[in-house]
Design a binder for this molecule. Structure first.
Ligand code: PMP
Length: 442
């Protein structure tokens, strides 16, 4: 072929290699090269150099892990302690029917057009009233409805953070926040998460790096379940006011307490207008309605609304109408008492099962609220190896390192007790115990 075409042999070989790489031909040793059996769509899919066209993007090694973890627990026999979501068995569909059919509200065609970016006005009003009942002084103008607090976080980072800006986070912290910050090119400073906030280290960061934001989950933290005590909240506000530090308070779990009510939110203690509060209905009602909110100074709300306009114009009306009914009917208070009782039982069941079956391998502090038990795995067992084994045996959880930056090693695992009934919680821990017993998690 080379002499026929008057080109070098190497050119022909390289051309064949290229065709093979693109899947257009296949080579069988000792037989020859054949045109691959392609259908047109395969050929088109292989022809686009997508990677060259994408804008530069931070590639998180954990993105696909997170996606598979939040995927609805599978119908197979796997017991998942991984997804941080409520048990669908506790979703009350009657309230949705009520909102749509015979609620105080009823349906009005006018509610299904475009609405203001900031949200459905009656919902912003009922949410402001609810926030006030929680000690957060908010007028409707202080509230932006967002499509889940994850979107709120994204908008805040988009509005404040430029590449190379400094942002402080607790370590460990919520994986979704780490991903948004890293994707924005932020330089992330870590404050070790513990029940006592290290104000000295925080002040040191403020002086040295002038960070744009401090992202914190002060109540039933994800993943540790810890609560920042009241006097630390007060000291934090004093320090932040002095340095004009913007605090992002992410607060999905404070309503889910199983003993004493937690201390007031940072936003309710805010003396200088610097706290941006993120709330969500995902853990207390329906995560699939994708509805959360931001409470902040009107200038911040306006700036975030501008960003939100570029993303989706406004959050979906139907979800807001349903949640407005939940708030306006005082339905939420009863539902919260019900789920608090239920999750407390589940937390105690999980804790009891670990003490009974895994006490030589796992230890933990009982969280006073939220969804998670943050367990220390005693060496020599390793969380990642344990996950590999346990996934094969039909039980999954999130290894601690998912909540740290830069692949920091962790001896912890996060177990969510909210999604599973008591039988499944017990069975899941019995399965883990078997793996420990077989000594294969080292
Ligand atoms: N922040 C924290 C701390 C969370 O745990 C979660 C959910 N796992 C979110 C934000 C995102 O919640 P939403 O469904 O409101 O986007």
């Amino acid at each position: 072929l080379a002499s026929l075409l008057e080109v070098s042999r190497t050119t022909i070989i390289n051309a064949y290699r290229l065709l093979e790489e693109r899947g257009l031909v296949s080579t069988r040793i000792g037989s020859g090269t054949y045109v691959a059996n392609l259908n047109v769509t395969d050929q088109q899919a292989n022809d686009m150099p997508w990677e060259q066209l994408f804008s530069p993007h931070y590639k998180s090694p954990l993105s696909s892990l997170l996606r598979s973890l939040v995927a609805t627990p599978t119908a197979d026999e796997t017991i998942s302690f991984a997804a941080g979501m409520p048990d669908p068995a506790l979703y009350d569909l009657k309230i949705i029917e009520k909102a749509l059919v015979d609620g105080n509200h009823g349906l009005d065609a006018a509610d299904f057009g475009y609405i203001p970016i900031e949200g459905y006005p009656p919902f912003r009003r009922s949410l402001a009233t609810w926030q006030n009942s929680q000690g957060i002084h908010a007028a409707p103008d202080n509230i932006l409805i967002v499509s889940g607090s994850q979107q709120g976080l994204y908008l805040i980072v988009k509005a404040f953070v430029e590449p190379r800006d400094y942002v402080i986070v607790e370590s460990p912290t919520y994986l979704g926040a780490i991903q948004v910050l890293e994707a924005a090119g932020a330089r992330v400073l870590c404050l070790p998460q513990s029940s006592s906030l290290d104000l000295g280290a925080l002040e040191d960061y403020l002086i040295r790096y002038r960070p744009k934001l401090f992202y914190t989950i002060p109540t039933f933290q994800n993943p540790t379940g810890q609560v920042m005590p009241l006097h630390h909240r007060q000291e934090l506000i004093r320090l932040a006011a002095r340095y004009r530090l913007a605090i992002v308070e992410d607060d999905p779990y404070s309503q889910l307490y199983y003993g004493q009510q937690p201390p007031p939110s940072l936003k309710s203690l805010d003396t200088y207008g610097g706290v941006i509060y993120l709330g969500t209905f995902s853990k207390i009602l329906f995560p699939g309605l994708r509805t959360g909110w931001v409470t902040a100074a009107p200038q911040v709300i306006n700036r975030l609304a501008q960003e939100k306009q570029y993303v989706d114009l406004h959050s979906n009306n139907l979800s807001q109408i349903i949640l407005h009914t939940c708030l306006a009917d005082h339905y939420l208070a009863d539902h919260l008492s019900f789920v608090r009782r239920e999750y407390k039982k589940r937390r105690d069941t999980l804790a009891g099962a670990i003490r009974q079956y895994c006490s030589t391998h796992l230890d933990f502090e009982l969280p006073e609220g939220g969804f998670y038990l943050w367990c220390n795995v005693r060496p020599p067992a390793s969380p990642v190896e344990l996950l590999r084994r346990s996934a094969a045996a039909g039980v999954t959880f999130v290894p601690g390192e998912a909540f740290y930056l830069n692949n920091t090693e962790s001896h912890h695992i996060r177990l969510c007790f909210a999604t599973l009934g008591e039988d499944r919680l017990n069975e899941g821990i019995r399965r883990l115990a078997k793996i420990f017993k077989s000594g294969t998690a080292n």
